[in-house]
Design a protein around this ligand. Structure first.
Ligand code: RB5
Length: 146
């Protein structure tokens, strides 16, 4: 799969680890994040990843910051994006199956790296179920036009 990944200064290590993990599995990962620990602003990186997802340059996006919260809020302000903060594998597969999330966010100061691998695997192994879920998504995506 093609994956766009981004991060702020709090999540450089997590981002680098995930790039290595996913590349090793044969995925094509594009790094839109910062590579230094110098303080920066997470919305800048959320925008880059979400633009790549909306342009279909990536199948989905991963955004990492300290808690995953700022990245999630920022990403959900961008039209076309359905992002969710995932700190467990149940949420990770359900946000794909039910909400068709095209971005997941992770908190490097909260979630350990092995858990992050399992969370990403759970999301990537899931498929959108459509049906009632699609109807509900269409309803909230229509909010963007208001
Ligand atoms: C940066 O200190 C921190 O606020 C950021 O990484 C993130 O946790 C925001 O939600």
């Amino acid at each position: 799969m093609k994956i766009a990944i981004g991060n702020d200064h709090a999540a450089v290590e997590m981002k680098n680890d995930l790039i290595a993990y996913l590349t090793e599995k044969g995925h094509e990962v594009t790094n839109f994040g910062t590579d230094t620990n110098d303080s920066c602003d997470y919305p800048d990186y959320a925008k880059k990843v979400c633009d790549a997802v909306n342009a279909k340059e990536a199948d989905f996006g991963i955004l990492c910051c300290g808690t995953g919260a700022g990245m999630c809020i920022a990403a959900n302000k961008i039209k076309g994006i359905r992002a969710m903060l995932c700190d467990n594998t149940t949420t990770a597969h359900l946000v794909k199956e039910h909400n068709n999330c095209n971005v997941i966010t992770l908190g490097a100061r909260v979630t350990g790296i092995l858990a992050a691998h399992e969370i990403v695997d759970a999301y990537m192994g899931a498929e959108f179920m459509g049906g009632n879920h699609e109807r509900r998504i269409n309803k909230f995506m229509a909010f963007e036009a208001e």
